[in-house]
Design a protein around this ligand. Structure first.
Ligand code: FMN
Length: 192
């Protein structure tokens, strides 16, 4: 698959097979994040891999899923993530530049994961205080986001729409993700 096709075929996955992800793969995902562009090359991000069975459920409880269709979009028992990567920012660097860094690094993780056939969900809706306590994260680190990971047990579809940006499930339980059409977001040489 070309990189462009890989990028376009990635969808957020919120139902996962109950199959472990190799630690080596998870580590390589962080290595891909490490190589992302970084404003002023400050590299303020660190990463916390969670794969221990004892931690997965407490971490899960700090996350909110698919706000538009909650609770329908929550992973149910037997569909929950196999691992998480928690993206941390050293608090001395917690500014807009660090947020951009996090976006670039996280997208690297999502795409590298998809390259392994692993689905992901980028979660910004996180009970950060609870999660910091569960994972014993030092006070001089902020939690930017959590990335849930697992082999997919659903196949959401993207579809062009100018009407709405709200994703929905159809009567077969398939998640439809509206994307603004290329024509309506692209300006070449002149503004029309
Ligand atoms: C900054 C950011 C925060 C997000 N937070 C959440 C979240 O807390 N929970 C969730 O289920 N999905 C979350 N998502 C995933 C989006 O809902 C998803 O990317 C969007 O619906 C488009 O779907 P797609 O990724 O399949 O293209 C987040 C995505 C981004 C970029």
């Amino acid at each position: 698959m070309s990189i462009a096709d890989l990028i376009k075929s990635r969808r957020t996955i919120r139902k996962y097979q109950q199959k472990k992800i190799d630690t080596e793969i998870l580590t390589n995902l962080v290595d891909c994040a490490r190589m992302a562009p970084s404003g002023r090359n400050r590299q303020p991000l660190e990463y916390y891999i969670v794969q221990d069975e004892q931690l997965l459920e407490p971490v899960f409880r700090t996350l909110s899923w698919a706000g538009y269709i909650a609770p329908e979009g929550d992973p149910k028992e037997g569909e929950k993530p196999a691992a998480y990567i928690v993206v941390l920012v050293r608090s001395e660097f917690a500014d807009q530049l660090a947020k951009s860094d996090a976006g670039a690094a996280i997208e690297n993780i999502l795409l590298a994961a998809w390259g392994y056939g692993i689905g992901s969900c980028w979660l910004g809706s996180v009970k950060r205080k609870d999660l910091a306590q569960i994972l014993n994260i030092p006070g001089d680190y902020n939690i930017d986001s959590v990335i849930a990971l697992g082999y997919p047990a659903e196949s959401p579809v993207a579809e062009d729409s100018n009407q709405s940006t709200i994703y929905y499930k159809d009567d077969k339980g398939v998640l439809h993700v509206p994307k603004r059409p290329l024509k309506s977001i692209l300006h070449i040489d002149k503004w029309e």
